[in-house]
Ligand binder design. Structure first.
Ligand SMILES: Nc1nc2c(ncn2[C@@H]2O[C@H](COP(=O)(O)OP(=O)(O)O)[C@@H](O)[C@H]2O)c(=O)[nH]1
Ligand SMILES: [Mg+2]
Length: 315
């Protein structure tokens, strides 16, 4: 082998990658993680399904994420939420709560993923900001069709005046595409930060997901397993953290299914690892909402531990 070109190639690829993974992923343990999530118990008897609200700009990969998770649990490719082609505008104009079924037993798993239309520009397009707050509070019924100019009023059939904890959102997931994050405008992030701040005021945990990682780094395109070695992806995550105001440990890079017809074990592992963390946060949130009873009361050391880990999520 030509020594020079060998070194040249090696150095080039080495410079794009860190020597070690800076976060560990259980690449080979997909079946176990899937089983653990299927058997997960919601730690508050008032709540049957943890509700995750997936939001972000049009084309970020929200519907594809929901489809990817559904496909993993169905163990075949599905298309539950409508994913868009590159030329379409947002076609998701309703609030939709997607329950996820176990592919074998057909029973619903203890979590649902909620999709809404994208945050488009202009006053007559997209979602009214008040509607988002109502969604977080659980005041909008599944299937509600949004009116972009006026928020869902208390007199409407789809307005829930006294939502239960089960109907509220238990975790807000902001979705950002890694390939174009650098091209996103300040106003896009401002809109997203406003929703995040609203969730923060309500005590709802907020996480972020960086999609399309394989389009942002050629090394990751070749091998998804180097995602936590890729300097480029770490940079994009840092950018996401700064622009959205979400700490690095609350950001998850993923690749969604978008053109494949077969499932892939590495794609599944990365998505399942992110989902596990998302559901952990949501479960912590509903557990903290349990009515106070001596047996349920959290010890102060528990609280201190949590505030050290997630300083901006605890109040
Ligand atoms: N390469 C790649 N394409 C993706 C990924 N996620 C979504 N897409 C594509 O991006 C486009 C928009 O995705 P969609 O899920 O409809 O975005 P939404 O508007 O946020 O719901 C579609 O063409 C998807 O196939 C990903 O992780 N990698
Ligand atoms: Mg969509």
């Amino acid at each position: 082998m030509d020594k020079k070109s060998w070194f040249g190639k090696s150095n080039k690829s080495a410079s794009a990658l860190l020597e070690n993974d800076w976060r560990s992923i259980k690449w080979g343990e997909e079946d176990k993680i899937r089983k653990d999530l299927k058997e997960m118990k919601v730690r508050n008897p008032e709540v049957q399904h943890l509700r995750i609200l997936v939001h972000g700009p049009v084309g970020a990969g929200k519907s594809s994420f929901i489809n990817s998770i559904d496909s993993i649990f169905q163990e075949r490719m599905t298309s539950k939420a409508i994913a868009q082609t590159a030329t379409e505008r947002s076609c998701t104009k309703i609030f939709k709560v997607h329950g996820i079924r176990d592919g074998k037993t057909r029973e619903f798993l203890p979590f649902s993923l909620c999709d809404i239309m994208g945050l488009e520009k202009g006053p007559t397009e997209g979602l009214h900001p008040d509607d988002l707050i109502k969604i977080l509070k659980g005041q909008i019924k599944d299937g509600h069709k949004f009116n972009p100019v006026s928020s869902c009023s208390e007199t409407e059939e789809n307005f829930v005046s006294r939502p239960t904890l089960s109907e509220e959102i238990h975790c807000l997931l902001s979705v950002i595409p890694a390939d174009v994050i650098g091209l996103m405008k300040d106003e896009d992030f401002t809109k997203m930060r406003q929703i995040k701040d609203q969730a923060n005021d309500m005590g709802i945990p907020q996480l972020a997901m960086l999609t399309k990682v394989e389009l942002a780094c050629p090394e990751v395109l070749k091998d998804l397993k180097v995602v936590y070695k890729s300097k480029k992806i770490k940079e994009k995550m840092q950018e996401c953290s700064n622009s959205l105001g979400v700490p690095m440990n609350c950001i998850f890079p993923v690749k969604n299914y978008h053109e494949e017809i077969d499932l892939n074990t590495d794609v599944n592992a990365l998505l399942l690892s992110a989902l596990t963390r998302i559901l952990d946060f949501a479960n912590d949130y509903v557990e903290d909402k349990k009515p106070p009873a001596p047996a349920n009361r959290k010890s102060s050391s528990d609280e201190q531990h949590k505030s050290r880990l997630y300083p901006d999520l605890t109040h």
